[in-house]
Design a protein around this ligand. Structure first.
Ligand SMILES: CC(C)(COP(=O)(O)OP(=O)(O)OC[C@H]1O[C@@H](n2cnc3c(N)ncnc32)[C@H](O)[C@@H]1OP(=O)(O)O)[C@@H](O)C(=O)NCCC(=O)NCCS
Length: 376
């Protein structure tokens, strides 16, 4: 006998060696390593290697992996041309989803589903994705795309290709930390979508395309944009109290708070809060940080007892704003990072696949006579 659980809460639907979450204690580990250690000591490239191989690389392995990834930063001319033809008004998440889907058509063997083939396709998508976002953003601003620079990291190159100038070390490192923090998170909705799609033995492009579609929802990765919009609606720190109380009274959600798994503060929010504060000081955006911090204080007082605390999206909004990213690029940044996690899960699924096919509890009528058209 199986029971229906709305939203699949608490249902274990996969085994993974990638990330471990303890929602009561506020712990997140990638392959057993605390997220706090990774965000201060690792790089995004090393973190992706860790997730895909379940161990940290040796120096020569990391160099080879980083080089292999960097080779993909330069987009083939046909893909650049396709991006150029897209409507300039498109939302970047719709654009990214479409372009990842499109990449399958440039692959000579798009349906190859061996673990080796999945790794190859994953590194292709991970390398192309930042260039796709940067190229689209430049075209929509009426600017030509910028070729990647050899020797720059994933984070540096993305910011360079977007802005046309080498980012400062602080900005590049801040962005790299964001990439590490968002890379994987258990069987979240988009990861589940990716695993579910690849479990049909469809193809890696379809699985990642589906995951991007899932991520853009405001209850998932789209919440970081929601946080920024919300901060924009609050004039000053003094207005936070009435804003938050008004929303809670109307039963409206405060974006960037609450989580299906965490019942305490998301450990990624701790790391991002420190980063947001530092960047806000450096870039003259302390009003954003102060408003955010005040929201957190009021939310803790009002709904902390219900286990509603800041999640990853809350302080990432201020962080991305201080890095200079436009609002509609916030969720694509989440996607660039989560590509590391989605791909790792696709590889894990292919290593020990069984088709996902849950059941639905039928709650409709039975034995209903068919009514002819002229009697309805
Ligand atoms: C993340 C989220 C979808 C989890 O949803 P869930 O596990 O299905 O939990 P529910 O939406 O059922 O919320 C449970 C209770 O907490 C309240 N709650 C949850 N998140 C809240 C928030 N952000 N603000 C105010 N109240 C919230 C709900 O109103 C509900 O209260 P009730 O029991 O009195 O009706 C939810 O917390 C949310 O919508 N948060 C805002 C969006 C967000 O930041 N998403 C990013 C997640 S990383």
């Amino acid at each position: 006998m199986s029971t229906y659980v709305k939203g699949l809460e608490g249902i274990v639907a996969a085994q993974t060696e990638m990330s471990h979450i303890d929602g009561q204690k506020g712990i997140l580990e990638y392959v057993g390593i605390a997220i706090g250690d990774l965000s201060t000591k690792s790089t995004f490239e090393e973190t992706v290697f860790l997730l895909w191989n379940k161990r940290l690389p040796k120096q020569d392995e990391l160099d080879a992996f980083s080089k292999d990834l960097a080779k993909r930063f330069a987009l083939p001319a046909a893909i650049v041309e396709e991006i150029r033809r897209l409507p300039k008004t498109a939302e970047p998440m719709h654009m990214l989803r479409t372009m990842v889907s499109s990449l399958a058509m440039y692959d000579e063997d798009p349906n190859a589903n061996s673990v080796e083939a999945a790794r190859e396709k994953s590194i292709n998508i991970l390398g192309y994705a930042p260039s796709i976002v940067a190229t689209f953003d430049r075209y929509r601003r009426g600017l030509d795309p910028i070729a990647p620079q050899p020797g720059m990291s994933f984070a540096e190159n993305f910011l360079y290709m977007l802005n046309g100038e080498k980012p400062t070390e602080t900005m590049a490192r801040a962005f790299d930390i964001c990439m590490i923090l968002h890379a994987d998170h258990g069987l979240n909705n988009s990861t589940f979508s990716a695993r579910s799609i690849i479990s049909t033995l469809s193809d890696v492009y379809s699985a990642i395309t589906g995951a991007i579609g899932s991520l853009r929802g405001p209850l998932h990765g789209g919440a970081n944009e929601g946080v920024m919009k919300m901060l924009g609606e609050i004039d000053s720190v003094d207005d936070v109290e009435s804003f938050v109380m008004g929303r809670l009274e109307r039963k409206d959600k405060i974006m960037g708070f609450g989580h299906r798994v965490y019942k305490t503060k998301d450990p990624r929010a701790n790391a991002l809060q420190a980063l947001a504060k530092q960047l806000a000081e450096d870039t003259g955006n302390m009003d954003l940080y102060n408003k955010s911090h005040r929201i957190e204080e009021i939310m803790e007082r009002e709904v902390g007892a219900k286990g509603i605390y800041p999640n990853v999206d809350f302080y990432s909004a201020t962080t991305y704003h201080c890095i200079g990213l436009k609002l509609d690029l916030f969720t694509p940044m989440f996607a660039l990072s989560r590509l590391g996690g989605w791909s790792g899960h696709i590889i894990e699924q292919l290593e020990d696949n069984r088709l996902y096919r849950p059941s639905a509890e039928y709650i409709g009528k039975h034995e209903v006579p068919y009514t002819p058209m002229n009697q309805r």
